[in-house]
Design a protein. Structure first.
Length: 273
């Protein structure tokens, strides 16, 4: 039988505090954010402060909640209305985790000598940012950098679009693009800017064996790409070839193609992995 919910009032201080985290200013002040859904909560275990769950979801996801309790994380049952109030989605899944900020200092990213990095410069759409983060994780990148001109890492849509990858790899935030490029270059990383109007062709770069070393891909704004001053910082500006009749690729698709191209080249004979 499902346990009775402990939290039923939308005016509960816990509920009010959690709901405030929908705003970036409150997230920054508290250094807390919300992760929605069982998958996100499962991946967030090391960063959880507490978990809110409906009685029905508690029965469906008992394994996740058992892991939380074993780790000493408080689990509070809440009514569906309370969980919906905390959620950013139209159809909440009944589980919400309150998490600590987890971004990594850029200096720590450099000290780890990364071989594959995604740099999000001027990326404003949280869904795109989260999806690129997920692509970077899948391709085996060691880090993601969000510049100071990009979206908030802890935006609910960004967290949701990362599908748990946010919790898998170091992410540095608020880094000026010039500093990001300079630091990575000093760490021995080649800087490639992804741009549909790039002078270099991705296929040619692969054929020439130029992509086997440590690489950072710089991805720009969804609508207008990379500004000229950012393109000028890169060692090469690379376009993904369009072999068919499509006008272009969206940001996340282009990022996936570029990151996987590097991952394959780095694992080929003579590559850095």
């Amino acid at each position: 039988m499902a346990a009775l919910p402990e939290l039923t009032s939308l005016r509960s201080p816990r509920v009010v505090a959690a709901r405030r985290l929908a705003k970036r200013s409150f997230r920054g002040k508290e250094r807390r954010f919300l992760a929605e859904g069982p998958q996100a909560v499962r991946e967030a275990l090391a960063h959880l402060v507490e978990v809110y769950v409906t009685p029905e979801a508690a029965e469906r996801h008992a394994d996740i909640l058992d892991a939380c309790r074993a780790a000493g994380i408080p689990v509070l049952t809440a009514s569906g209305e309370v969980v919906a109030e905390m959620s950013d989605t139209v159809t909440p899944q009944g589980v919400v985790g309150l998490c600590r900020f987890l971004d990594t200092r850029f200096e720590e990213v450099l000290a780890a000598r990364p071989r594959l990095v995604a740099v999000l410069a001027h990326v404003r759409d949280p869904g795109n940012a989260g999806t690129v983060l997920r692509c970077a994780d899948a391709a085996g990148a060691e880090a993601v950098v969000l510049t100071d001109a990009s979206v908030d890492l802890y935006n609910p849509k960004c967290v949701r679009a990362s599908v748990g990858s946010l919790f898998h790899l170091p992410v540095a935030v608020g880094v000026p693009v010039e500093r990001a490029v300079a630091g990575l270059r000093e760490a021995g990383v080649r800087i490639l800017a992804a741009d549909g109007a790039g002078e270099e062709d991705l296929d040619a770069e692969l054929d020439q064996g130029a992509m086997g070393g440590p690489t950072a891909w710089v991805f720009g704004n969804e609508a207008w790409g990379l500004p000229e001053e950012t393109r000028a910082l890169a060692d090469a500006v690379v376009r993904v070839p369009i072999h068919g009749r499509a006008e272009s690729l969206n940001l996340a698709t282009a990022a996936a193609v570029c990151l996987y191209a590097s991952a394959r080249a780095q694992r080929a004979p003579g590559g850095c992995r």
